[in-house]
Design a protein around this ligand. Structure first.
Ligand SMILES: [Zn+2]
Ligand SMILES: [Zn+2]
Ligand SMILES: [Zn+2]
Ligand SMILES: [Zn+2]
Length: 226
């Protein structure tokens, strides 16, 4: 009986703590959500972006209309791909029942336009961020590297004859016969198979993965001069 009492007491304490915790969570959720919408109404989308991200960090269930509002905000700050994924989430959750359904359809068209622009623009990446020349390869897409395989000598010891130039064959009577190595023609060395004797070779730039450019944090205006 005593144990049961302690158990119930502990349980109620636990529930209470949990309740206070989730109350705090939903209070901060409402607080940030209101702030975000206020910021949107005053056209301060950078601030709205900050507030929405705070909500995401809470790790709670999102208000059902929020995906649209966040998508709109992301669109306004130029983060088109992120915007699209939240817009898709909105359609998925709300279908046509969403308060902002009409707005969401409009946003979808606007996004399509922007994403197409980014696709056809050579100055920015898919998210609309301005590209710059890769500083590792200077835009060359590949790097000229000394060949490691042959230690930049262009030649390697023959693997078939271990560099001897001859192959030893044992006959049926235990007699040995010597044959000139078929691979190195008796020279004991071969041209390096990796660099083909060039001593150096081109490799993909690991910084830009062979594209020659990397993204900056500058939003692109899709013209030559940003
Ligand atoms: Zn590069
Ligand atoms: Zn050989
Ligand atoms: Zn080599
Ligand atoms: Zn662009």
């Amino acid at each position: 009986m005593r144990y049961l009492f302690i158990f119930i007491f502990t349980l109620s304490l636990f529930l209470k703590v949990n309740l206070v915790y989730s109350q705090n969570q939903s209070e901060s959720l409402n607080f940030y959500y209101e702030n975000a919408q206020k910021a949107m109404n005053s056209g301060d989308y950078e601030e709205a972006n900050i507030q929405f991200r705070k909500i995401l960090k809470l790790g709670v269930k999102l208000p059902s209309e929020m995906p649209y509002l966040f998508a709109k905000t992301l669109y306004e700050v130029g983060q088109y791909q992120n915007s699209q994924s939240f817009l898709e989430k909105y359609f998925e959750i709300m279908g046509k029942a969403g308060t902002y359904y009409e707005n969401a359809e409009q946003l979808k068209e606007l996004l399509k336009l922007q994403l197409n622009k980014s696709l056809s623009c050579q100055y920015c990446d898919l998210s609309g961020y301005r590209l710059e020349e890769c500083s590792t390869c200077n835009g060359e897409k590949q790097l000229l590297k000394k060949c490691d395989y042959c230690a930049a000598k262009g030649k390697v010891g023959c693997t078939a004859c271990s560099g001897d130039g001859v192959l030893i064959q044992l006959g049926a009577m235990g007699n040995r016969s010597y044959k000139t190595c078929y691979q190195c023609k008796g020279k004991g060395i071969n041209i390096c198979p990796v660099c083909e004797g060039e001593k150096e070779l081109y490799t993909y730039c690991p910084n830009c993965l062979g594209s020659g450019h990397t993204s900056t944090s500058i939003l692109c205006n899709h013209t030559e001069v940003n």
